[in-house]
Ligand binder design. Structure first.
Ligand SMILES: Cc1ncc(COP(=O)(O)O)c(C=O)c1O
Length: 449
């Protein structure tokens, strides 16, 4: 346990709320990754970069609903968008076509060069599920390959080795990440080593007649970058082997760059999964990509269900998620706004690193754009992407990060223990100053431990 001695004292109401909630809600949370020991905080309100828990403590928020709230909580642009939905459309859901779907698809198409057509879903999970379904239908092969340590949402096909696993020679272990995950999914999911093109080549070539889809987070967990050479070679390799390459940009979309990690690398996947920021704080996902692949879903082509890939969803493309998302993207595109977000992130990262230096702690920040993580480095390893993958396994990192996260909470900064940091446009100078003060106090305390 890494919590500070004062955690249970300062957050008694959260503890009571958890004790009650867990009788009616499994683990007291709406998702397993939302839990942390000894109990998760329970929140009352939020505004801009701030969160307020039910005990009355205030925190600068770097979780931002797992990165979704790129403008911060309750931004006027998003509030107005939601009001406008009633004024313009008079409904929260048509359930059938209306023009905003095309407008939003065209915005994605302009920002993401690889995207020629788009379908909307209600979550990132559904987006990766759909990308895999159409990729497999396109290639007619029965298996996928995903990377060790990469998360694509909670569906069976990708609930394998979502935590970094030790490589056995070149082949990372297959680990089921859910109780009694059917063997079918383990058997049809190959696990690849990130930033190791020779390892990937070996596994993909060995299974070339089986694997139809290769899916990855271009930045593992949103912050560990693929080496440029690696991602270029992976693109070439998958093209050569006739596999559909899917970039899961649910975290990285609109955060690494407005055009995602693919804009940063200049590499075009066959399919892209988007989510989070795209909905402006409301549920969303999207799959975009090559026309010949997405067209497999176009129902007008055939009356025979076995000739069309099925996809549907009652709330797909609903006006609240689309207009909130559209206005969010437009706001990010206004002169200077995205640059300002990048500058704030840089200012924060530089501040954390110089405090770490002053306190002689082996801490670095790693990431790109408006996401990063605070990593305790094994001082024998230079901080390079290849080593960062191993860093995920470092006991020292986990223990110190856990301690740091509870100290930060005590001093008014929340990222959820062990989570990466996402920054929003509402993180102003005051919020950054509170954050850096909290880091200073936390580093001072860590140094004494
Ligand atoms: C890379 C990635 N893919 C997919 C998902 C699933 O998205 P959602 O939680 O909206 O279902 C997530 C969520 O964190 C994610 O980070």
């Amino acid at each position: 346990m890494t919590e500070t001695p004062s955690y249970q004292h300062d957050t008694r109401k959260s503890r009571d709320a958890y004790e009650q909630a867990r009788h009616i809600i499994p683990g007291g949370v709406q998702g397993n990754i939302k839990f942390y020991q000894p109990y998760p905080l329970s929140f009352a309100t939020a505004n801009g970069p701030w969160l307020h828990d039910i005990d009355g403590n205030a925190y600068v928020d770097y979780l931002l609903s797992f990165g979704a709230l790129i403008l911060g909580h309750g931004h006027p642009v998003v509030r107005t968008a939601v009001q406008d939905v009633w004024n313009i459309y008079g409904t929260s859901s048509f359930g059938v076509p209306y023009p905003l779907e095309q407008t939003m698809a065209a915005v994605i198409q302009r920002l993401y060069e690889s995207v020629k057509q788009v379908r909307f879903t209600n979550s990132g999970l559904e987006a990766t599920l759909l990308a895999i379904r159409i990729g497999m239908a396109y290639t007619g092969r029965p298996s996928i390959a995903k990377f060790s340590g990469h998360y694509h949402g909670g569906h069976e096909q990708v609930l394998v080795s979502t935590k970094a696993t030790v490589s056995d020679g070149r082949e990372p272990q297959k680990v089921a990440e859910s109780l009694r995950l059917p063997d079918y999914f383990i058997d049809h999911t190959e696990i690849l080593p990130f930033n190791d093109i020779e390892g990937c080549s070996h596994i993909l070539r060995k299974n070339k007649d089986k694997i139809g889809v290769v899916i990855l987070e271009p930045f593992q967990n949103g912050y560990i970058p693929a080496e440029r050479e690696f991602i270029l070679q992976l693109r070439e390799l998958t093209t050569e082997l006739g596999m559909v390459l899917v970039f899961d940009e649910v975290k990285t979309g609109f955060r690494i760059r407005l055009g995602g990690a693919q804009e940063f690398y200049g590499v075009l996947p066959d399919l892209t999964a988007l989510g989070k920021v795209l909905g402006g704080g409301f549920p969303i996902g999207a799959v975009g990509g090559k026309k010949e692949i997405l067209e497999l879903m176009a129902p007008g082509h055939s009356d025979n269900p076995q000739e069309v890939v099925f996809h549907s969803g009652t709330f797909n493309g609903n006006p609240i998620s689309l207009l909130a998302g559209l206005r969010t993207i437009e706001h990010l595109q206004e002169a200077g706004n995205f640059e300002s977000l990048l500058n704030t992130t840089k200012q924060l990262r530089d501040g954390i690193e110089s405090l770490a230096k002053a306190y002689q702690l082996p801490v670095q920040t790693v990431g790109e754009g408006a996401i990063f993580n605070v990593v305790f480095t094994d001082s024998s390893l230079p901080v390079q992407p290849r080593n960062m993958v191993k860093q995920e396994l470092s006991q020292q990192h986990r223990q110190l990060r856990g301690q740091l996260d509870f100290l930060l909470m005590r001093h008014g900064v929340f990222s959820k223990p062990y989570n990466r940091f996402s920054v929003s446009l509402s993180h102003d100078d005051a919020a950054i100053q509170v954050t850096l003060d909290a880091f200073e106090k936390s580093f001072a305390a860590l140094k004494k431990m």
